[in-house]
Write a protein that binds this ligand. Structure first.
Ligand code: AMP
Length: 415
């Protein structure tokens, strides 16, 4: 009886939104049908007349609750900027039954129109228009939750991001800690993440260092140096090429050699649980291209190689490394709760290098979804251990929004 009802419950199959509490609804239906078919018994007792009406009343109340929940969910939209990981985010939202909105630059309209899971495009000349009243009121009318990603951080100041009126998924205040190198270092120390040493003055460079720009620059304009002279020569060269500006504050860090690993996590404030999602590697140009050139030719090159991210590929870790991975993730979540309320909610990434002793050194974190999660649009190896369904990071975000809406806790997962 239970299976029969499940298969024919058209509301359930059409909307696909009855995952939680579904069992109770079915159980109630099953009891009623059982009663109709075997009117003389109800749970082994003789049927009283008012039993039947009581059950019908219960079902009606439950159906009304379910329909209310569906309507609430249908009324929520997921919005993001058209770049970085927007396809994954919106596909995940659509799969979860939410409306999808893309803030799309005019020049990319043709690209994004190819994807049928995007319900609405807000066409803009520049992403900064997301701050304008016009754009914000469209998002407000749709009860949208904005999913922040690298493009938002790269193109807007922390003040601008913090001024966004639309609820931002996760913690918008922590994005400032991602953008500012000094603050970033402070949070990483608080989380006891093992880090390559920072070098505060170029004159102290006595080993290989990497010189970085502020914000989510994607590695463009970074350079390596092994002495103060090299630092100044390369900096001047990049300024003359227009890659760096004269007054740009650069961040110098000891270069960590080894296997690059970008560890992707999701922290659910609703479940108060950390999930390890996956690992990726970034492919960066043109530093990777250097390895394909014989040393003799490399020595003749005058161009300063960059670390511009071109794409990502998957990586799985030795299982013995997982314990430390969870520990680092949990330490990061705890540290961010102490330092930047409400803490590191939603997706984040700890980025670094495993050395020859499989010791991890973290040079960076991202306090939001990373583009490296795009490689797992059909689910990641580690999520397949936690979920019995294909679960991308975009879908995980949408699932969290849906759960929060259903339980009236949207405030807990947005800022
Ligand atoms: P980031 O912007 O900090 O993620 O750095 C961009 C890229 O630079 C990374 O993906 C790495 O390839 C490289 N990188 C950054 N910091 C270091 C470091 N301390 N040691 C080695 N490579 C680094």
């Amino acid at each position: 009886m239970h299976i029969y009802l499940h298969k024919n419950d058209s509301i359930c199959t059409n909307f696909g939104l009855f995952a939680q509490n579904e069992f109770y609804l079915h159980k109630t239906f099953a009891t009623v049908f059982h009663t109709i078919i075997h009117p003389q018994t109800l749970n082994g007792q003789k049927l009283q007349n008012n039993h039947f009406y009581l059950i019908v009343q219960q079902i009606t109340v439950r159906i009304i609750h379910k329909v209310q929940k569906i309507i609430t969910i249908i009324m929520v939209a997921v919005a993001t900027l058209g770049s970085h990981c927007s396809l994954q985010v919106l596909k995940g939202a659509k799969d979860e039954g939410l409306k999808t909105i893309l803030v799309c630059e005019k020049k990319r309209e043709k690209l994004y129109k190819r994807f049928p899971f995007i319900d609405e495009l807000i066409i803009v000349d520049s992403f900064k228009e997301v701050l304008d009243q016009k754009c914000q009121s469209i998002l407000e009318q749709n009860n949208a939750v904005l999913i922040p990603h690298g493009t938002l951080i790269a193109q807007m100041s922390s003040e601008e991001i913090e001024s966004i009126k639309t609820p931002v998924f996760g913690n918008k205040w922590i994005l400032r800690w991602e953008s500012d190198r000094e603050m970033k270092e402070k949070l990483m120390r608080e989380a006891s993440l093992p880090m390559p040493a920072p070098i505060s003055d170029p004159k102290d460079i006595d080993k290989m260092v990497i010189v970085k720009r502020q914000g989510a620059a994607g590695g463009k304009g970074y350079f390596m140096a092994a002495s103060p002279e090299q630092y100044h020569t390369k900096r001047e060269q990049l300024i003359s090429e227009g890659v760096l500006s004269e007054d740009e504050t650069l961040y110098i860090q000891e270069y960590a050699a080894g296997v690059l690993a970008y560890l992707q996590f999701f922290y659910s404030p609703l479940k108060e649980e950390l999930e390890f999602f996956g690992v990726d590697q970034r492919h960066e140009s043109d530093i990777e291209g250097l390895a394909r050139i014989p040393a003799e030719q490399q020595l003749k090159l005058t161009k300063v190689p960059s670390f511009n991210v071109i794409g990502n590929s998957p990586l799985v870790l030795r299982e013995s490394l997982l314990e430390q991975v969870y520990e680092m993730g949990e330490n990061f979540v705890e540290a961010s709760k102490r330092i930047v309320s409400p803490g590191m909610n939603g997706p984040f990434c700890i980025e670094g290098v495993y050395d020859e002793n499989a010791q991890f050194k973290s040079f960076e974190f991202s306090a939001r979804i990373v583009a490296g999660s795009n490689i797992y649009m059909d689910g990641s190896p580690y999520y397949s251990l936690l979920f019995n369904e294909n679960m991308s990071m975009g879908k995980r975000i949408a699932r969290e929004i849906k759960t929060a809406v259903q339980s009236n806790q949207l405030d807990k997962i947005t800022t």
